[in-house]
Design a protein around this ligand. Structure first.
Ligand SMILES: [Zn+2]
Length: 454
């Protein structure tokens, strides 16, 4: 009899589990609870330790992290990064859902055909859940409807050169054409906000390895002006607008006023803008180059406070890696180097380390779970609740690790987080009820699903 019961338990082990900890994130608080899940769905919650449950002690058990800003680059630039490596890195960092940007894959996701190519490219390589954005570029407005109907969760545009020639920036003309269509679907228009007429005379040309010169070449004013433009367009068309990677603290007052006015506007910042400070960035180290640039400490402290006050809605990574040559690792030429930071694995630990001095874990957790999940309207994600998907991370907020090359799961070991001492070690990541990452190993591959908007 005993042997028989054991055999049944063993067979069902992968598909049905009971997890207990003294710190489970339920109903916006950390509390002792047992979570039961079966076939990928959370089926029961008990506010006590069930005798049959696996006991995780004081580890935090919470919904899997949601990263709504990732550049996977496949198909077409898989040598930069692909779904195989990017989604393993996500899982290793506690992230269970990512949303992929319409660039830097080739083709860029600006037609239905290109979107179908991207869906096909994920086959057999989705180790976490993946959703997608469509791209808005001059001349493709007629393609937006088809992509929105096919399930993209939003539309992305640039107001300045994107770095990818096939993905040119839009002007007010294209915004006026596209925003009424996007508004019909109640989808967000995501905007890279930097706006400029002429190059800034800052001496960057003569000092291409100098970080202060790079910083001066992309001033806050570019961001402030672009954000002001997007707020105006949001008001004109009543189209949801999302400001990606806010780095200029000067723009926070504009966003706050727009929200108070009741405009459908949201805004994110990224881990790198709150973790690193310009003052500490050495010259000729292109791993720190991203756009907008990482700014001064005083500026970045205000970004953190804006996450606390709700002016900024959540944190993402803007993971945007490139091979060593394109990143100008040898020359250190910041002018030539690809602008983008590889950080998909460090949304949870990097962000927590950056903000733990000014906020509690209870204030932090929604910034990487429920808030980004609400932004992409993923109703079954971002919270531990009966009926939700069993996307779960088990982690230790007070444990620290110094990140080494061999800890990195994304394609190239090129990242400013390598060498950093980060709080928050992930012991297990569960995607749709299957353990995908545990104790430094990827297991049960390809358990992710597409996240398509209905
Ligand atoms: Zn980006």
């Amino acid at each position: 009899m005993y042997i028989c019961r054991f055999a049944i338990k063993k067979r069902n082990h992968l598909h049905s589990r009971e997890l207990f900890s003294n710190s489970v994130w339920i109903n916006n608080q950390l509390q002792p609870a047992t979570i039961c899940y079966e076939n990928g769905i959370i089926t029961a919650i008990h506010f006590e330790k069930k005798v049959t449950a696996e006991d995780y002690g004081h580890a935090v058990i919470m919904p899997g992290v949601v990263d709504v800003h990732v550049h996977v680059n496949e198909p077409g630039r898989t040598e930069w990064e692909g779904f195989e490596t990017a989604t393993q890195a996500a899982a290793a960092g506690g992230t269970t859902t990512i949303i992929d940007m319409p660039l830097n894959a080739s083709p860029v996701t600006t037609t239905l055909k290109a979107f179908e190519d991207k869906l096909a490219a994920t086959s057999g390589k989705m180790h976490v859940n993946v959703g997608f954005y469509a791209g808005l570029i001059p001349g493709n407005v007629a393609h937006l409807k088809a992509m929105l109907q096919a399930g993209v969760v939003g539309v992305k545009c640039f107001l300045t050169h994107s770095g990818i020639d096939e993905f040119p920036n839009v002007t007010e003309k294209e915004l006026d054409e596209a925003m009424p269509i996007i508004a019909q679907y109640n989808a967000p228009l995501l905007a890279h906000c930097e706006l400029y007429d002429t190059e800034v005379a800052c001496g960057f040309e003569e000092h291409p390895t100098s970080y202060p010169h790079y910083l001066a070449s992309r001033p806050k004013q570019w961001e402030n002006d672009a954000i002001a433009l997007m707020i105006r367009k949001c008001r004109e068309h009543n189209c949801p607008v999302h400001i990606v990677h806010v780095a200029s603290a000067e723009a926070l007052a504009l966003i706050e006023a727009a929200k108070k006015e009741g405009l459908p506007i949201t805004a994110e910042t990224c881990t790198q803008y709150i973790y690193f400070n310009a003052e500490d960035i050495p010259d000729a180290r292109c791993i720190y180059k991203c756009a907008p640039p990482i700014r001064e400490k005083a500026n970045n402290e205000q970004l953190k406070k804006a996450l606390l006050s709700g002016v900024l809605d959540f944190i993402a990574t803007d993971h945007s890696p490139a091979p060593p040559g394109i990143k100008e690792m040898e020359s250190g030429n910041l002018k030539k180097a690809w602008g983008g930071i590889a950080g998909i694995q460090f949304l949870l630990s990097g962000s927590w380390t950056a903000v733990k001095d000014i906020m509690t874990l209870e204030q932090f957790i929604p910034l990487v779970t429920s808030k980004p999940a609400a932004f992409i309207k993923a109703e079954k994600k971002g919270a531990i609740a009966i009926g939700n998907d069993a996307d779960i991370v088990i982690w230790h907020p007070e444990a620290t690790t110094t990140i080494k090359d061999e800890d990195v799961w994304f394609r190239y070991k090129i990242s400013p987080y390598i060498g950093q001492n980060l709080y928050g070690t992930v012991s297990e990541t569960i995607v749709n009820g299957e353990t995908v990452y545990q104790n430094n190993l990827i297991k049960n591959k390809n358990k992710g699903k597409w996240l398509l908007q209905k």
